[in-house]
Design a protein around this ligand. Structure first.
Ligand code: GLN
Length: 190
């Protein structure tokens, strides 16, 4: 099994480390020709969604990745990655892939002091540590989108068919459960 990690900006190396700890093969998507190979899953890391969105277009990665997600490629979006997947942003006019039926608020906990840590249950995964860094949260979900995690009443994890979006950063903790769960989804797909 081979997992692609979008590596144009943000916390991609941390995801690769998690995957390697779990014995999964991964590679970085940095340019168009990286998309010529086959892969079983895609991780969109945290970082700055505006920068990643711009680079996805400039590097001509956007259309191919959007098509693959629409066709059912398993994708995990963390933090800015969740913003890239969202169908709508409540406080930003941009829409990127727009494949995940949710409305997301960027920097929902504030821009500067918005970093904190929590421990909560994720459906299908168990109780895990969650690191929030200038995180978004989900304000509302479409009818087939499942809410898999909330923290203090705010939605921080969703799943819609092949797409999973979380507000927090599992890759900066030492808990590999989210990645294990995602690899299972990829296994079912491949
Ligand atoms: N605040 C960032 C954004 O809006 C997301 C932060 C993150 O990925 N840690 O893109």
């Amino acid at each position: 099994m081979k997992i692609a990690v979008l590596s144009v900006q943000g916390a991609f190396i941390e995801h690769e480390k998690m995957l390697s700890l779990l014995g999964a093969e991964s590679f970085e998507i940095r340019q168009k020709r990286d998309l010529e190979q086959e892969f079983d899953g895609l991780i969109l890391p945290g970082g700055e969604s505006t920068v990643m969105g711009k680079l996805l277009k400039e590097l001509d990665l956007f259309d191919t990745l959007q098509k693959k997600i629409k066709e059912g490629l398993p994708v995990l979006g963390t933090c800015a990655g969740l913003i890239l997947l969202a169908e709508k942003l409540s406080n930003d006019e941009n829409v990127y892939f727009g494949t995940l039926p949710v409305t997301v608020r960027r920097n929902a906990y504030g821009r500067q002091l918005g970093s904190f840590y929590a421990e909560e249950e994720v459906k299908g995964v168990g109780k895990i540590p969650m690191a929030f860094i200038r995180a978004p949260f989900v304000e509302s979900v479409g009818k087939d989108t499942e809410i898999i995690a909330t923290v203090e009443g705010n939605i921080v994890g969703v799943k819609y068919h092949n797409q999973m979006g979380i507000s927090f950063h599992p890759e900066v903790t030492d808990c590999t459960k989210i990645h294990e769960y995602f690899l299972k989804i990829c296994q079912d797909y491949s």
